[in-house]
Write a protein that binds this ligand. Structure first.
Ligand SMILES: Cc1cc2nc3c(=O)[nH]c(=O)nc-3n(C[C@H](O)[C@H](O)[C@H](O)COP(=O)(O)OP(=O)(O)OC[C@H]3O[C@@H](n4cnc5c(N)ncnc54)[C@H](O)[C@@H]3O)c2cc1C
Length: 290
C-alpha cells in the first residue's frame, strides 16, 4: 500500500530539525530516522503525517563515544555498529546484545538507536537494556538540551517524555565496573522478529555475593519494566545458579498481570511463564561470568 502524499524536508543540523518542528507545529509532522517503524506505519495507514523531517543523514548525531563513565551514543547511530562494538560488548554487554538481537541485518543497518528509544514500541529490544544499565536520554528543544533517566522516559505504548517540538539527540549508557556483568536474552517472535519477551540483567557481585541487581523486561507490559521482585530476591544472595533460578521464578510478581500484553504470539499467562524462563536464561549466563 502506498502512503498518502507528504512533504519531506532534510534537516541540516539538530538545531535546524528543532526549528522545522517548531515552525510546522500546526501540521502533522514526524521525524524520519531509520524509517523502519515509521514507513511501515505510513504504508498501513497507522500514521499519516503531512511532513517528514529527515534526520537520517545527520552525521553530527551519529557515533559511539567513550566517556569517563560509559558511552554516549548519537541518536542516528544505526544498530549494526552498536552490535559490533567490542567496547560495548565488554562494558555494557546487555545493550550491545540487545542491538545484536534486533530484526535482521537490513533492519540493523538502517534502524537507529534514537528512533528505537523514541518510538517506544513495547516489543523493541533497546529500551529494557537502557533501563537495566541505568541509562538516560538527551532530548533537544528550542530551550536547549535536557537529560531524562530511562526510568522516567517511557510513559506507555509509543509514549515518551519527548515533546512535539523536541528531538532525541543521544542516549547515555553507563559502563559496568570490573565486578559486574550484564546479559540480554530474548524470545523472538517467529513472524516479526520482535521480542515476545526480552530480559536484560546487570549484576554486580562482591566476594561471591550479589550486591546490586537490575533486571528489566521488554514485551511484557506497555513499556520496559523493572522486575523488582527478582531484583530484591537477588540482592544479598549468593551468586549461584540455584539462587538465580529461585529469583527468576518471581519474574511476574511485581507486574500487574491483568495489564500484561496479549497478542497473536502469547497470552498474558504465557508471557508470564516466558518471563520466568528468559529471566532464568539471562541470570544463569550472567552468574556464570561473575
Ligand atoms: C522487519 C522488521 C523487524 C524489526 N525487528 C525489530 C526487533 O526485533 N527489535 C526491535 O527493537 N525493533 C525491530 N524493528 C523496528 C526497528 O528497530 C525500528 O528501526 C525502530 O523501531 C525505529 O527506529 P527508526 O530509526 O527506524 O525510526 P523511524 O521509523 O524513522 O521513526 C519511528 C518513530 O520515532 C520517531 N523518531 C525517530 N527518531 C527520533 C528522534 N531522534 N527523536 C524523536 N523522535 C524520533 C519518528 O518520528 C517516528 O514516530 C523491526 C522493524 C522491521 C521493519
Amino acid at each position: 500500500m502506498y502512503p498518502p502524499q507528504f512533504d519531506h524536508e532534510t534537516a541540516e543540523s539538530a538545531e535546524h530539525a528543532v526549528e522545522l518542528l517548531e515552525t510546522n507545529d500546526d501540521r502533522d509532522v514526524k521525524v524520519l530516522a531509520g524509517g523502519h517503524s515509521l514507513i511501515p506505519m505510513m504504508k498501513t495507514g497507522l500514521a499519516t503525517p503531512d511532513l517528514l523531517i529527515d534526520i537520517s543523514r545527520l552525521s553530527e548525531l551519529s557515533g559511539i563515544e567513550r566517556t569517563d563513565d560509559g558511552f554516549e551514543i548519537g541518536a542516528t547511530t544505526n544498530y549494526a555498529p552498536v552490535a559490533k562494538s567490542d567496547e560495548l560488548h565488554d562494558e555494557a554487554t546487555a545493550f550491545a546484545e540487545a542491538a545484536e538481537n534486533i530484526g535482521d541485518r537490513q533492519v540493523r543497518n538502517r534502524g537507529t538507536v534514537g528512533g528505537n528509544i523514541a518510538h517506544a514500541d513495547p516489543a523493541s529490544d533497546l529500551p529494557a537494556a537502557l533501563l537495566a544499565h541505568g541509562g538516560s536520554v538527551t532530548i533537544t528543544g528550542s530551550d536547549g538540551d535536557r537529560t531524562v533517566d530511562a526510568d522516567e522516559f517511557f510513559y506507555g505504548m509509543y509514549e515518551t517524555d519527548v515533546g512535539p517540538a523536541e528531538l532525541v539527540t543521544s542516549i547515555t549508557v553507563p559502563a559496568h565496573g570490573p565486578n559486574a556483568v550484564s546479559t540480554y536474552e530474548k524470545d523472538r517472535s517467529p513472524a516479526s522478529g520482535y521480542a515476545i519477551v526480552g530480559v536484560a540483567v546487570v549484576l554486580e557481585a562482591d566476594d561471591g555475593t550479589i550486591v546490586d541487581a537490575a533486571v528489566t523486561a521488554n514485551g511484557a507490559m506497555d513499556r520496559p519494566s523493572r522486575l523488582s521482585a527478582v531484583e530484591e530476591a537477588l540482592e544479598g544472595s549468593e551468586a549461584t545458579e540455584a539462587a538465580v533460578e529461585a529469583a527468576a521464578e518471581r519474574a511476574g510478581e511485581s507486574l500487574n498481570t491483568a495489564m500484561m500484553m496479549s497478542d497473536q504470539d502469547a497470552s498474558p499467562e504465557f508471557r508470564e511463564q516466558k518471563l520466568k524462563v528468559y529471566s532464568k536464561r539471562a541470570l544463569t549466563r550472567a552468574v556464570s561470568q561473575l
